[in-house]
Write a protein that binds this ligand. Structure first.
Ligand code: EPU
Length: 337
């Protein structure tokens, strides 16, 4: 187990915030995590992080950052049609997706290149191009922070919704994910109808293979989203808001080109990126922070920015969206005090 004091978090958050944690603990097994949780320790906040790709540290973290180094991919059951595979929470998500493609296990390829780790995939219900982690998750293994006991949550118990789960809501901070079991198909299952997936596939000759689909998704993401190794960012900064159909109809009369997706009975989801773009923010910079030039949904750290600078920009962006469209957008990124 790693247990370090005054630990730099620069390499642990894709926004590139140069902050420190009072203590940083990394565990390589469920037992190590349990023994840490059961030991007496200082009364400070605990923060479990994955790849730090959805966090904004506002300043140094006066508490203990916990990070999983639990690795290992294990087949649990396998039939001619499908496979259930248990994956350690510390495995890099896209490494796992690459592995599923090598094995010819279908289901995760639309989620290629999403930054972060397996544990966070189950907390955040990551999603892209018509697929969400919840579509693949069978169950999530956790350890209770106060009890140290193992608890398995079946998919329904995780209360999944768009970028939401019980681990971010009712049970926030109470359970730490140690492993996730995914169900993948051994027969092709394609999700090609979202955005420009089909058009991108055509560019590589149009032959539909799992590898071609993964590569198309990677090209689309690389084209629109900044590489966190070069420009600090946390992907989509805001969630796409869901509004009542009546409000959508009124807006649509003013902005007939407003893209939208159905979000269930009487509700419509509108892309936050489009709203922000229409407020004129795309490509705007303010000191060391800015709005990405190719995707207005992404806020960027141009180098050496503080979390507070990003937060102020985010607040101004949200305010102008509310003034122009009457829609309140909320951050998808978690602010860490
Ligand atoms: N749009 C603009 N201007 C912009 C950005 C978007 O006009 O600056 C328009 C696009 O033309 C398109 C619509 O808005 O018509 C939607 O944009 P896009 O397809 O880029 O997807 P998104 O809704 O902005 C969501 C997820 C992404 C995910 C993509 C693909 C959220 C908050 N974001 O983006 O997730 O990769 O769909 O499925 O749901 C992430 O969570 O970090 C993330 C990148």
């Amino acid at each position: 187990m790693k247990d370090l004091r005054n630990y730099p978090l620069l390499a642990h958050n894709t926004f590139g915030m140069d902050v420190r944690a009072s203590r940083f603990v990394e565990y390589a097994s469920e037992e190590e995590l349990r023994s840490f949780l059961m030991q007496p320790r200082e009364e400070v906040p605990l923060l479990a992080i994955g790849g730090g790709s959805n966090l904004l540290f506002l300043h140094d973290f006066q508490g203990i950052v916990l990070h999983s180094a639990i690795r290992g991919i294990r087949v649990i059951t396998e039939t001619d049609d499908e496979v259930e595979v248990h994956v350690g929470s510390g495995i890099v998500w896209d490494g796992f997706v690459a592995y599923t493609v090598e094995q010819g296990w279908y289901g995760a390829e639309n989620l290629s290149l999403i930054p972060g780790e397996v544990g966070a995939s189950a907390v955040q219900n990551i999603g892209a191009y018509g697929v969400e982690a919840k579509d693949l998750i069978v169950c999530v293994d956790t350890v209770g922070v106060t009890t140290g006991e193992s608890r398995r949550f079946m998919n329904e118990e995780c209360r999944y919704a768009y970028r939401q789960s019980v681990f971010k809501q009712e049970l926030k901070g109470q359970y730490i994910v140690t492993g996730v079991t995914y169900r993948l198909s051994k027969k092709p299952v394609w999700h090609l109808d979202y955005g420009n997936i089909r058009a991108e596939l055509e560019k590589s000759g149009g032959e539909l293979t799992q590898k071609a689909l993964r590569e198309a998704v990677i090209r689309i993401r690389n084209e629109k989203l900044p590489d966190p190794a070069r420009v600090g960012n946390a992907g989509s900064f805001f969630m796409n808001p869901v509004i009542p159909k009546a409000q959508y109809d009124a807006l649509c009369a003013l902005y007939p080109d407003m893209p939208h997706y159905s979000a269930g009975e009487g509700r419509v989801k509108v892309p936050a990126g489009w709203l922000i773009d229409r407020c004129g923010w795309k490509g705007k910079t303010r000191g060391r922070v800015g709005v990405h030039a190719k995707q207005a949904l992404v806020l960027v750290n141009l180098g050496g920015a503080t979390g507070e600078e990003v937060r102020r920009l985010a607040e101004d962006v949200a305010r102008s969206v509310e003034e122009k469209f009457g829609i309140r957008i909320s951050p998808e990124v978690n602010y860490i005090e």
